[in-house]
Write a protein that binds this ligand. Structure first.
Ligand SMILES: Cc1cc2nc3c(=O)[nH]c(=O)nc-3n(C[C@H](O)[C@H](O)[C@H](O)COP(=O)(O)OP(=O)(O)OC[C@H]3O[C@@H](n4cnc5c(N)ncnc54)[C@H](O)[C@@H]3O)c2cc1C
Length: 438
């Protein structure tokens, strides 16, 4: 019997930038059901298949007009080894649930991005990252993967058992197979202190080496057309500090979401107000501290929807890139009020990871949903590309295989591995063909 399917009228990603009309969406509950979908509904019927996590990517990486699989019914922990600080988890598990389940076992992930609604498989598959120069992307926390390939075969893979496949699979956009379980390298649960403060942008840029070195996690948000930025620091602490709930509510719900949403609406109607709104946001950056278990500190609420482009550049390029971005902003006066998010990630050796082979700075530009973004993003992309930029796989960019092949030394090896895992291109949508093949 076929697994459950929900009625499909149309599918869209979180920001609404991508829409699709899958013939059907399947919600398998077991690995056998995943295999059945691959073999009987796709291989035999000549349909392609994409797997979707939480649809939080800004590009069409998860979109399908044929078959879409969601692993929402495959969530939770499969097994835990507390002594080894590892756990095997279902690939569809949402990061928020994962954080709470691991916490109950006395464990935690070493780093996370700034939201926790993604699925673990979706997050690792695009190279999702947090900030911290000594910490890799989420994919570097993976030590084992169980995957259903394009022939419907179930394969278990670790660095030891199959190093080539493992390095290809860690960041693979769902093009080598459907990841059904991942084994994670964890650590004992820990507490993080969080500090948000205002700083002059020039001071922040001058002090970058110290800010990076002295903090486990450091990131900053630079507000266009303003002289100040928001600096966020996170470090290990001994005890949770009960936060002032009123201050937290005012800062994180009212200012960063409700008020920012209203101001964003204003900018959409009157784009010329964007610079003033950016300066207003810069002058109201929350100044606060709190401490809690790590998984409750990393994630922020994001109720204001936007589109985003993010590139990784070599770590040393941060200041030069920001300088060029500022010059372009002053010259072109783009109507943008969202801050530019600047983070750091440690180098890894994953074939298609934007952090492959280099410590990197990640720089992200955002535009409120419904406001024109192309001219702004393209101008910023030109700058990123002059600094050996590699796009975040889940965020907007204009690169195709012909450009990307020069960004990744292991590009050809990945292409060969993909052909072995998926000889019939079962996981290849038109978008992925342009991105990875043609
Ligand atoms: C508000 C917001 C905040 C964000 N914050 C950050 C951040 O802090 N840091 C960062 O790096 N990124 C961030 N992102 C980007 C986001 O983390 C990535 O796009 C991530 O891939 C989304 O996860 P998902 O579960 O929604 O996956 P989807 O977007 O649904 O899918 C992403 C890719 O993973 C593949 N995939 C999903 N599940 C599987 C599976 N089981 N097996 C194989 N492949 C699979 C899909 O086919 C697709 O190619 C943010 C995005 C939004 C909208």
């Amino acid at each position: 019997m076929l697994p459950m399917s929900k009625n499909v009228k149309g599918w869209s990603n979180w920001s609404g930038s991508v829409t699709a009309t899958p013939e059907f969406i399947r919600y398998p509950k077991t690995i056998d059901e995943v295999v059945e979908i691959v073999r009987n509904e796709c291989m035999l019927e000549g349909r392609y298949l994409r797997v979707v996590g939480s649809a939080h990517s800004f590009t069409a990486v998860a979109a399908s007009d044929h078959v879409l699989i969601s692993l929402d019914e495959m969530q939770g922990i499969v097994s835990v080894d507390a002594a080894q600080q590892t756990a095997v988890v279902w690939a569809g598990t949402k990061l928020k649930l994962l954080g709470e389940l691991l916490h109950e076992e006395g464990l935690a992930q070493e780093n996370l991005g700034d939201i926790d609604v993604q699925s673990i498989a979706g997050a690792i598959s695009t190279g999702t990252h947090g900030s911290g120069v000594s910490l890799g992307s989420l994919a570097t926390q993976v030590i084992g993967i169980t995957v259903v390939n394009g022939l419907g075969e179930v394969m278990e893979c670790t660095l030891e058992s199959n190093p080539e496949l493992f390095k290809a699979l860690q960041v693979s956009l769902g093009t080598l197979g459907i990841i059904v379980q991942v084994k994670l390298r964890l650590r004992n649960r820990y507490i993080l202190s969080y500090e948000s403060k205002r700083m002059a942008l020039t001071d922040c840029l001058t002090q970058l080496p110290d800010l990076i070195a002295d903090n486990r996690h450091f990131e900053f948000f630079w507000f266009p057309y303003a002289e100040t930025c928001q600096v966020k620091l996170m470090n290990e602490a001994n005890d949770p500090t009960p936060s002032n709930k009123v201050v937290e509510y005012v800062n994180e719900k009212l200012i960063e979401n409700t008020l920012f949403g209203l101001l964003s609406g204003l900018c959409k109607i009157m784009p010329s107000a964007s610079a003033a709104v950016s300066r207003l946001s810069a002058s109201n950056v929350p100044v606060m501290t709190k401490a809690n278990y790590s998984h409750r500190i990393f994630a922020a609420q994001r109720s204001v929807r936007f589109n985003e482009m993010e590139y990784s550049v070599p770590k040393e390029a941060m200041t030069s890139v920001i300088r060029e971005m500022r010059e372009a902003m002053e010259r072109e006066r783009f109507h943008v009020h969202f801050p530019i998010e600047c983070r750091y990630v440690a180098a890894d050796d994953i074939w298609l990871s934007p952090a492959s082979g280099r410590d990197c700075a990640y720089i992200a530009v955002h535009m409120y949903k419904g406001m024109p973004y192309k001219r702004y993003f393209e101008a910023m992309e030109h700058i990123f590309l002059r600094y050996e930029g590699r796009p975040h796989w889940g965020k907007m960019h204009t690169l195709k295989a012909v450009h990307l092949q020069d960004c990744y030394p292991k590009w050809q090896s990945f292409a060969e591995m993909r052909k072995q895992m998926d000889p019939n291109d079962l996981f290849i949508s038109p978008y992925l063909r342009e991105l990875l093949i043609d």
